[in-house]
Design a protein around this ligand. Structure first.
Ligand code: ZN
Ligand code: ZN
Length: 534
């Protein structure tokens, strides 16, 4: 078609690439597919395979985010009312998983070499981040390079004002008690619990403080930073109190006042009085150096001293105390930097397996998982916007972790100090506006919840799909996998990958419709050669 079009007409035409993206979304396909090369060891033939990015945020990839949310809902449903102990065992890694871990070791070696010779490691670090994401996506649990264990065990002194909890020995059992109804029917109830943070000052119905000057933003910021650790404490106490290995599926969400709260599906039950008792005894102490005195503001920042590999005070020329020295300086009479507790308000209800209530709760638990913490409550009014701004300000110089650059402001070397650190510019997630101080995982699932990882639940889906289509999975030992990098002759540009995703999805969808339409026992329909849609 060579007909001339006007500029206005051309602008009104849909952009090819955005059409492909929209189409991919309509078909439930990934919009950021990762290209791998799969080589058949028998025939030597290599072909491109697109795997989904696996992102959890709808703003990044709506299809992957929705798939993850659906998997989480399935995982939540499966574990909540288990009546048999789950079997937890790790599978052998598959070829794709091995490939990513091998790649990860290569990059690590390059990075360490670069560091040893004093070169910049930023690019390698970024690649490592990407590869780690792919490793997790491919279904490997944990980190390839786990953080080193903490050297010291700080004071475990019980606070005076905390009531003692009766402690029972924690049995290996993970499932709750059964009850018999008068008609003899047995049932095993579970719980849906919501825990909140304490009050930081009065708020109006829109969640903003009635008097911002009297709202405790520092406390709000610190509670958010240590929320995940506080939740861990709660679970430990709950297990000791109830005497069995209580399992949970929990989701962290912000309230309108922008403080985190947590919804918990728990296997088994306890009474409200018992829950109140456990909450009253649950706290988390943060034994970090003091931050009440600003020793180095932006005008007098400590400088990096190459020879000693540490920071020194520009004015006095003295080295700043290291992280460990600063911790050792905390005396027996000192108070912890922060004491985190849950608020008095909580919510708890019993839930029966398969009830409408159970489904509603599962919907509630997974509803916001595809959004950023802050996106669930967008700052629609000036008051909300200002409230979010003040919380972000409070988080700016608050140390988020032992390695936080902000420690320099308070005259302490961050743990693992390196050149280029600037207070107020820490890269930690917690400081970012969209995270509201909570940098932990959105979904917290105990290990023996369903006895399955998200990858297992994904594999269940895949098995179901293959069974429905009446095909057998390819022998994994027959292929090798490697990533196709930009510059490789077979690497497809993004637009082309999107078109492939659309085509693959369409073929899968057609095959599935056909398979369902046919009665069972009929011949299997033809399937695409790639056999794996993004
Ligand atoms: Zn995706
Ligand atoms: Zn930080």
């Amino acid at each position: 078609m060579t007909q001339r079009t006007t500029r206005a007409e051309r602008l009104a035409m849909p952009l090819a690439r955005s059409v492909a993206r929209d189409l991919a979304i309509t078909h439930g396909g990934c919009v950021r597919p990762v290209q791998l090369r799969r080589t058949d060891l028998q025939t030597g033939q290599a072909e491109p395979v697109l795997v989904p990015c696996g992102h959890t945020l709808a703003a990044v990839c709506p299809s992957c985010a929705e798939r993850k949310r659906a998997l989480r809902a399935a995982q939540c449903r499966e574990g909540w009312h288990l009546d048999r102990e789950p079997i937890v065992q790790a599978d052998e890694p598959d070829d794709e998983q091995r490939m990513w871990v091998e790649l990860r070791s290569d990059v690590q070696r390059e990075r360490d070499q670069a560091e040893a010779t004093g070169q910049d490691t930023a690019t390698d670090d970024a690649v490592i981040g990407d590869v780690d994401e792919q490793i997790t996506r491919s279904g490997i649990r944990g980190n390839v390079l786990p953080a080193r264990p903490v050297r010291r065990q700080r004071s475990t002194r019980r606070r005076q004002d905390t009531p003692d909890l009766p402690r029972r020995k924690v049995a290996a059992r993970t499932i709750g008690k059964t009850y018999a109804a008068p008609d003899g029917k047995m049932f095993r109830p579970s719980m849906f619990i919501t825990l909140t943070c304490p009050s930081y000052g009065r708020v109006g119905s829109d969640g903003t403080p009635t008097d911002p000057a009297r709202y405790d933003y520092q406390r709000a910021a610190r509670d958010a930073l240590h929320f995940a650790a506080l939740f861990d404490r709660f679970i430990q106490n709950l297990r000791r109190f109830l005497g069995y290995d209580v399992q949970y599926f929990a989701a962290v969400e912000p309230q309108r006042r922008l403080a985190p709260h947590i919804h918990i599906a728990m296997r088994g039950t306890l009474s409200r009085t018992e829950l109140r008792q456990v909450l009253a005894a649950t706290y988390h102490q943060v034994w970090w150096p003091r931050t009440d005195q600003v020793k180095h503001d932006d005008a007098s920042l400590p400088v990096w001293h190459e020879a000693s590999g540490s920071y020194l005070d520009h004015a006095t020329g003295e080295l700043l105390p290291t992280w460990d020295q600063a911790l050792d300086a905390i005396g027996p009479d000192d108070e912890p930097l922060h004491l985190a507790r849950f608020g008095q308000r909580f919510d708890a209800q019993g839930v029966i397996a398969g009830s409408r209530d159970a489904n509603r709760c599962i919907g509630y638990l997974t509803k916001y998982l595809t959004k950023h913490v802050a996106d669930s409550h967008q700052a629609r009014t000036p008051a909300l916007h200002d409230h979010a701004g003040r919380l972000a300000d409070a988080l700016r110089y608050e140390p988020c972790s032992p390695t936080c650059a902000n420690w320099l402001r308070y005259g302490v070397q961050p743990k693992n100090a390196r050149p280029g650190l600037r207070p107020g510019h820490c890269k930690g997630k917690a400081h970012r506006r969209e995270h509201l101080g909570y940098a932990g995982r959105r979904v917290l699932v105990s290990r023996k919840w369903s006895g399955k990882t998200l990858a297992d639940h994904r594999a269940d889906r895949r098995e179901w799909l293959l069974a429905t289509l009446g095909i057998t999975a390819a022998d994994p030992a027959r292929y090798t996998w490697e990533p196709a990098a930009p510059g490789d002759p077979d690497h497809m540009p993004k637009a082309q990958r999107l078109l492939h995703v659309v085509a693959d999805r369409q073929r899968w969808h057609a095959a599935l419709t056909l398979a369902r339409a046919r009665a069972s026992g009929q011949a299997a329909p033809e399937l695409p050669a790639t056999g794996r849609a993004a």
